[in-house]
Design a protein around this ligand. Structure first.
Ligand SMILES: [Zn+2]
Length: 267
C-alpha cells in the first residue's frame, strides 16, 4: 500500500478508535516502569497503542489439555502498550512509527507455557526441534506468541518484561537477519555492533565465571537473546543497564530515541 494512504488510514483510525480514559489509566497503573514518563511521551504511546490494537489481532491460543484463556480488553491494552514502547521514538509521526510492525498480524496469547512451534538453529547451523515448553516466541514475518502468566510476571520492576522481549526480536528481524542488531546502516550500524559485541562478550564472561548477574543470565545464550533481554532491562530497569553497560545503553537510546531514565521520547 502507498505510504500516504497508510498514513491517512492510520490518522482516521486514531480519530475513531480512541482508547477510553479509564482503560488507559488502568493499564498504565500496572506498569510502574512508565510512572515517570512525560505527558507528551505518554500521549504518543497512547496513540501507538490505539493503532496497534486496531491493526493487530490479539487472540487466544489453545494448547491441548489446557483451559482456553479469555483475552480481555485490559489484557490486550497491556500487551499493546508494552509492544508500542519499542516504537515510541521511531518515525516522524505515529503512523510512520507503526510501519516497524508491518507485515504480520497476530499476537497469540496462551494460558501458560506452550510447545515451541519453530525449529531452532544453533551456531553450527544444526537444526533442532526442542520439546520443552516456552513462554514466548516471535516469528519472522509471522505472529508473536506469549504465555499470559509470563506477561503478568513482568509488571513489577524486576526488569523482566516478556512483551518487550518478544517485540525486541521483531525489531531485530526488521532488516532480515536475526543478529541482535536493529535495522541500521553504515557508521551507525558499526557503532551499535561494537558496543553490543563488547557488552555481550563481557556479560558471557561474567556468566561463565559463575557471577550472580543482576541481568538475567539467559542473555548469555545467544547474541540475539542478549539484545532482547537488554531491551527489557533498557525499558523496565534502565538505570541497571546504564550502570553496567553505558556505551551499549547509549546505542540503544540512539536507536529507540527514548530516554527511559527521564521518561521522554527524543523524537
Ligand atoms: Zn528471546
Amino acid at each position: 500500500m502507498f505510504s500516504w494512504l497508510k498514513t491517512k488510514r492510520r490518522q482516521r483510525a486514531l480519530a475513531s478508535h480512541a482508547l477510553p480514559d479509564e482503560e488507559w489509566s488502568a493499564a498504565l497503573h500496572e506498569l510502574p516502569f512508565l510512572d515517570h514518563y512525560s505527558a507528551t511521551a505518554l500521549e504518543r504511546l497512547r496513540d501507538l497503542t490505539t493503532l496497534l490494537l486496531v491493526e493487530k489481532s490479539i487472540v487466544s491460543g489453545a494448547t491441548s489439555g489446557a483451559h482456553v484463556l479469555e483475552v480481555t480488553s485490559h489484557m490486550r491494552i497491556l500487551i499493546a502498550v508494552q509492544a508500542s514502547l519499542l516504537i515510541l521514538g521511531r518515525g516522524a509521526n505515529v503512523a510512520d512509527a507503526m510501519s516497524d510492525y508491518d507485515g504480520w498480524e497476530n499476537i497469540v496469547v496462551y494460558p501458560g507455557d506452550f510447545p515451541r512451534t519453530q525449529d531452532f538453529e544453533d551456531e553450527a547451523g544444526v537444526v533442532h526441534r526442542l520439546d520443552e515448553p516456552i513462554a514466548g516466541e516471535s516469528w519472522v514475518g509471522g505472529p508473536v506468541l506469549l504465555s499470559w502468566p509470563a506477561v503478568e510476571a513482568g509488571y513489577d520492576e524486576s526488569g523482566m518484561a516478556l512483551v518487550i522481549h518478544e517485540f525486541a526480536h521483531k525489531i531485530d528481524m526488521l532488516d532480515g537477519t536475526v543478529d541482535g542488531i536493529p535495522p541500521l546502516t553504515g557508521g551507525a550500524r558499526a557503532a551499535f555492533k561494537a558496543a553490543l559485541d563488547a557488552a555481550y562478550s563481557d556479560f558471557c564472561r561474567r556468566v561463565d565465571t559463575g557471577e550472580d548477574t543482576a541481568i538475567d543470565p539467559y542473555a548469555a545464550e545467544l547474541i540475539d537473546e542478549f539484545f532482547a533481554v537488554s531491551c527489557e532491562v533498557f525499558f523496565a530497569e534502565p538505570e541497571l543497564l546504564n550502570e553496567e553497560y553505558p556505551a551499549y545503553f547509549a546505542q540503544l537510546q540512539a536507536y529507540f530515541r527514548v530516554d527511559p531514565v527521564k521518561g521522554t521520547s527524543l523524537v
